[in-house]
Design a protein around this ligand. Structure first.
Ligand code: UN1
Length: 517
């Protein structure tokens, strides 16, 4: 079935479309998934205007009722989990087991936030004066514009959209242009869950139209918060734009996530972690493993086991039980090919029977299915990465894992932090001292111990530092500070003006008093 999808603004399809693009299944290029009608700058601004108009009534809806909408959304996602997972696999080639996990992440997010509608706590705070009370309230920010990537086409959007809605904001969502069918399905589920039409709109548009729309909407006072998941380069531009309007965006950007293997590590466990975090989702997660940083004493042993496990891993048809399927789309292949060029003569390449695109002429032993049918790439392990290599500092969004060696802990930390990213990280060790040293010194916002760099749970703070983001955090209670502002209220019922700091009762104290020796 070929779906025709377009922007849904205030619950209605937007006509006429500016441009139309065709989305094909990256595992079976002869399977057309969707014809997407892209909107333009005015579509985006129109959605922001609808959001502005609808937001006040939504904010006035009791928070427990907003939580109930999120509960219904979670239920609908659960009831439609299989169809949604299959659509994700068809549209971006994510292995079906991972797609199901991603859909579960949406449900988990709803389960966490549905009760937040009954909490959203403020505080009562004692005043320094009698007959006066102090209070804090969380107030919605207003209209949130959420721009997300397509590697997690439903889980990552839900991290923004669900808490934003519970907190009383209206949302304009711009999903990746290459996942329009999944975005449309997600939107239909939200609208059927009872989100009032103008409170949530989905705009399909390309990057330039979105940026232009965002710029104009900010200029017109129609957007109060931006959430963005994507590249560091675009995040920087969005940060600049938001800064001009005195806004702090929520930025979730790239990563060059290190996995440190200490000499005392369980090597088989480390190999399992490296295999999943390096090659799961074909390496197309922001949390994917960048470089394994392995102690010289165990380097050869680790590398041999890692290369063997990678050689033997099933790769191919994402509807089967494979480690990974195709790249998300042609543009991901094009970028990945430029990163493969960063392999230098002093590197050793392992992990497969070839490098680059898997074809009949460049086959992969044990490939599952027909490699010519889709956009499949060999897994590539690059050993001998040095701190000053391009590969040590460049995020390579695809099935490529670097391996570097260290002697001292300082060298390991220089490799782990030297690229300036700070999203996720991992250490394999059996010594707690190494764990705490690593936690303290790594720049990453997220640290795994004896676990993969990817696969964060949906209720811990998710986010990074440096080139990975501006310190904002998503998920759990931490994201509430992104979608609400604290309002402080004081109420004086003394019947006269009591001036803070000036009319405060003095405490008599004998400060000259000393205990006798
Ligand atoms: C992303 O790639 O942008 O922790 C998010 C993980 C997933 C989310 C990744 N739960 O790997």
């Amino acid at each position: 079935m070929i779906r025709t999808v377009s922007s849904l603004v205030a619950g209605r399809r937007v006509e006429p479309p500016a441009t139309s693009i065709t989305i094909t299944n990256p595992a079976r290029l002869d399977d057309t998934v969707a014809e997407a009608e892209l909107g333009d700058t005015s579509t985006f601004i129109g959605a922001c205007r609808a959001a502005r108009d609808a937001q006040r009534a939504w904010a006035a809806t009791p928070a427990p009722s907003r939580g109930r909408v999120v509960q219904q959304f979670g239920r609908l996602v659960e009831h439609n989990a299989e169809a949604l997972s299959a659509l994700i696999t068809r549209e971006i080639g994510k292995p079906i087991r991972e797609s199901r996990g991603e859909v579960q992440e949406v449900v988990d997010t709803c389960n966490f936030f549905l009760s937040e509608g009954r909490r959203l706590y403020g505080q009562t705070v004692p005043s320094e004066m009698p007959d006066k009370q102090l209070f804090t309230f969380r107030t919605p920010v207003g209209v949130a514009a959420i721009v997300t990537a397509g590697n997690f086409p439903v889980a990552v959007p839900s991290w923004y959209i669900v808490p934003a809605l519970v907190c009383g904001n209206a949302v304009v969502w711009k999903p990746a242009e290459y996942t329009p069918a999944t975005a449309e399905a997600f939107t239909q589920l939200l609208l059927h869950a009872g989100v009032p039409a103008g409170v949530f709109s989905m705009v399909l548009a390309d990057g330039p139209a979105t940026f232009d729309g965002l710029e104009q909407a900010l200029g017109g006072g129609l957007v109060d918060k931006i959430g963005f998941t994507g590249s560091t380069e675009v995040g920087r531009r969005i940060g600049e734009l938001a800064g001009r309007h005195l806004q702090t965006p929520c930025l979730e950007l790239g990563g060059k996530n290190p996995l440190v293997v200490m000499p005392d590590a369980d090597l088989d466990l480390a190999v399992e972690g490296a295999l999943f975090s390096g090659f799961g989702t074909a390496g197309q997660r922001c949390t994917s493993l960048g470089t394994v940083i392995v102690h010289a004493d165990v380097h050869d042993d680790f590398l041999e086991r890692f290369a063997k496990a990678t050689d033997q891993a099933p790769i191919g048809d994402p509807t089967a039980d494979v480690l990974y399927g195709p790249m998300i789309s042609q543009r991901f292949c094009d970028r990945f090919e430029t990163w493969l060029e960063l392999v230098r003569p002093h590197h050793a390449v392992l992990g497969s029977t070839g490098i680059g695109r898997i074809t009949a002429a460049n086959p992969r032993e044990g490939f599952v299915g027909d490699p010519e049918a889709g956009l499949f790439y060999h897994p590539t392990i690059v050993d001998g990465v040095r701190p000053d290599d391009d590969l040590a500092v460049t995020e390579t969004f695809g099935p490529l894992v670097g391996v570097a060696t260290f002697e001292t802990f300082d060298e390991a930390m220089a490799l782990a932090n030297g690229h300036g990213y700070g999203l996720s990280s991992s250490i394999y060790t059996t010594d707690p001292l190494n764990v705490f040293r690593f936690r303290e010194r790594v720049a990453a916002g997220m640290v795994s111990v004896n676990n993969s760099t990817s696969g964060a749970e949906a209720h811990l703070p998710f986010g990074g530092n440096g080139r990975s983001g501006n310190g904002s955090r998503q998920s759990g209670v931490w994201v509430l500070d992104q979608f609400t502002r604290w309002q402080a209220m004081n109420w004086d019922y003394s019947g006269h003006l009591q001036k803070a700091q000036m009319d405060v009762a003095d405490v008599e104290a004998d400060l000259g008093f000393r205990l006798s020796e």
